[in-house]
Design a protein around this ligand. Structure first.
Ligand code: COA
Length: 622
């Protein structure tokens, strides 16, 4: 029955997003799929068997589908970035002091991970209080995304499996090995600073300069896999790659980019480095944690996404920010300067063929850089406190506002992705909250096409319906009852059984349901910084938001190449919609008595849902 209600849910999500004729076709396909004794029943049975044998039946399928099978370049298309507050460095040395302090913080945080003293996270917001799976933290510094011809591999180094702990420092497109343990002593901050100073000096030496090999990691995954195969024919390249692949993290010491320093330009520098002529080659995009420290004060991280979600990244980077402001630099030494070996520059063997590959990667990165249309915007009229005062979920409210903005710009709603954490389950990553609900469509129409013909109280009722639908979907998704992971599981198990792909997955509606023209995610922070990422389809928007008590921060991305999108236009529509929604709430004085309680009732009903979870999802973090 769970499975039947899921198929109804799928239809409900798509009915208003496709043409009626197409919907009728889909309905017939879904009904046939779900018939007793039909394909759906068989696949569901197999999925249940899989769930008995695995900690988390969807994790591997999800990881491959979401990341490892994807062939697009990592910068912009996949790697999110976290932009730190702009720093005011006096000079290069000052920026190196910051970098040494940051790396000291990284080592302290890693020590907490290794000694397993990180406190367990508990859910906040909806259904607060449940303990959350911590596995993602254990992949922050010991993983690497290895490119493959058809599928990448997430390599996980076991703790203690690498004899020498080191980071890679990128400077002027050169890569250096900074060993963190010398003569069995851990380097202190002063030692790290000394080593960074040596690295900067070595990078200046143009005679020893190596080609910008980091560029290859910015290319499409298949292109990079092919290039890597050429590279590893030579032992020098093999050794350099092996050292990079086993490092804890990459520290990118950037030169000033020459760009005007604002939120948007800083976000761009994090996402793609400004292209190969700026800092785009001073990166190694496969490495999950890359810290960027620019001489001009532009700092942050860009992350390979497959090992962890933005929320874990926030926890780590907030720790680092607090470490840096809370603990002044301790410039003690563990070892005398004369004992510190000179950091090794990684060497590369090139051939004319490899030079061509580098050139091709540089051109493709440049295209990506030119195409990205980014707008970081602080909406300062109000923040989540105002929304809470309306007794509405701030997240649901913002999602409805995003739907309104999209409708304003395009006159329709589209498949929308909002990440919902499922860390309540072992190995849980995310499922999807499909925010383009039919209730949201009714509301956005009420605020636009039907604006003149509807009263404020009718509009307010529509707003409440949209908020309630969104809040209910959130609860459904975070308790493991979303439809996206379930459909993915059924599709993949059919593939494993070598069945012909069932019609439900070749149907036009299913294809449209997975084209996330609006890809959104809440990444809240408690210190001053923000997250951003690119769109996931050529004609789409990426929208990452950070709700604060008195303002809302939005990072909106799209591609110039699409005639259907424009980040500035979207932001303008969002601004207008948020103001109109506030005015509507204000005018209606208090929440509608008939609709408001439905929100809290929905929560109560769903809180009990845990006991009704299918066995596939019972392995919660109790
Ligand atoms: N009235 C008053 N206050 C309300 C309310 C209501 N009806 N509903 C919610 N609130 C409060 C909550 O109690 C919470 O309070 P807090 O700030 O004191 O904790 C706050 O508003 C926020 O709640 P809400 O806006 O409903 O959102 P949430 O925190 O539950 O978040 C998701 C919803 C979907 C974003 C969250 O569950 C999630 O999955 N986050 C992870 C997303 C992710 O993975 N991002 C990274 C992807 S890389």
């Amino acid at each position: 029955s769970q499975y039947l209600s899921q198929s109804n849910h799928y239809r409900g999500c798509m009915k208003h997003l496709v043409k009626e004729e197409q919907y009728q076709k889909t309905k017939a396909i879904v009904v046939k799929f779900g018939e007793p004794g039909g394909t759906g029943e068989l696949l569901q049975k197999k999925l249940l068997e899989r769930s008995d044998k695995t900690y988390n039946w969807v994790y591997d399928y999800w990881l491959e589908d979401m990341y490892l099978n994807q062939r697009l370049a990592l910068p912009v298309n996949s790697n999110p970035a976290m932009v730190f507050p702009k720093q005011n460095f006096k000079d290069r040395k000052d920026s190196l002091r910051f970098a040494a302090h940051l790396i000291t913080g990284v080592l302290e945080y890693k020590e907490r991970i290794d000694t397993r003293v990180l406190p367990v996270d508990f859910a906040r917001g909806q259904l607060a209080g449940t303990p959350l799976c911590m596995k993602q933290y254990y992949r922050l510094f010991n993983t690497y995304r290895l490119p493959g011809h058809k599928r990448d591999t997430l390599v996980i180094h076991k703790p203690g499996s690498i004899e020498q702990e080191h980071i890679i420092v990128a400077c002027k497109n050169q890569f250096f090995v900074l060993d963190l343990v010398v003569n069995k002593k851990k380097l202190k901050e002063m030692d790290i600073l000394t080593q960074l100073e040596k690295i900067v000096k070595m990078a200046e030496n143009s005679e020893e300069r190596q080609p910008p090999f980091g560029l290859l990691t910015s290319d499409g995954r298949t292109e990079w896999a092919q290039a890597r195969e050429v590279l590893i024919k030579d032992s020098v390249n093999r050794e350099s790659l092996a050292v990079i692949e086993k490092c804890l993290c990459v520290l990118c010491l950037d030169n000033p980019s020459g760009m005007e320093v604002g939120d948007t330009s800083r976000a761009l520098l994090m996402l793609h480095g400004g292209g190969h002529e700026k800092m785009g080659a001073n990166r190694w995009y496969d490495k999950p944690m890359q810290f960027i420290v620019g001489e001009d004060g532009v700092c942050g991280t860009v992350c390979e996404h497959s090992p962890f979600e933005g929320i874990v990244l926030v926890a780590c980077t907030e720790y680092l920010m607090k470490f840096m402001t809370g603990s002044p630099s301790k410039m003690g030494r563990a070892t005398s300067v004369s004992e510190l070996p000179t950091p090794a520059r990684l060497l590369w063997k090139t051939t004319p063929h490899i030079q061509d590959l580098l050139k091709a990667s540089a051109e493709r990165l440049q295209r990506l850089v030119r195409d990205l249309d980014m707008d970081v915007h602080k909406f300062e009229v109000y923040g989540k406190e105002f929304i809470k005062k309306q007794k509405m979920s701030p997240d649901a409210y913002i999602q409805v506002a995003l739907q309104l903005a999209f409708y304003r710009c395009n006159g329709r709603l589209v498949s929308t992705y909002e990440s919902a954490s499922i860390r309540r389950f072992h190995e849980g990553r995310v499922d999807n909250i499909r925010s383009a609900t039919s209730e949201a469509l009714a509301f956005v129409k009420a605020m636009t096409d039907e604006k003149a013909s509807l009263s404020d109280s009718e509009k307010m009722k529509q707003l409440w319906d949209a908020i309630n639908a969104q809040t209910n979907y959130t609860i459904t998704a975070i308790t493991g009852l979303g439809i996206d992971n379930h459909l993915l599981g059924l599709r993949e198990i059919a593939q494993e059984l070598k069945m012909e792909r069932p019609e439900i997955f070749t149907d036009e509606t299913y294809v449209a349901s997975n084209q996330f023209i609006l890809s959104t995610s809440q990444v809240p922070t408690t210190v001053e910084m923000f997250c951003c990422y690119g769109p996931v389809v050529p004609n789409g928007y990426g929208c990452c938001y950070n709700p604060q008590s008195d303002h809302l921060l939005f990072s909106v991305t799209s591609f110039h190449g699409s005639t259907e999108t424009c980040s500035a236009v979207f932001i303008k529509a969002l601004d207008e919609g948020l103001v109109e929604m506030r005015d509507l709430c204000r005018k209606s004085n208090k929440p509608q008595s008939s609709a408001a309680p439905a929100a809290s009732k929905a929560v109560v009903n769903n809180q009990g849902a845990g006991s009704k979870l299918p066995s596939t999802l019972q392995k919660t973090m109790k």
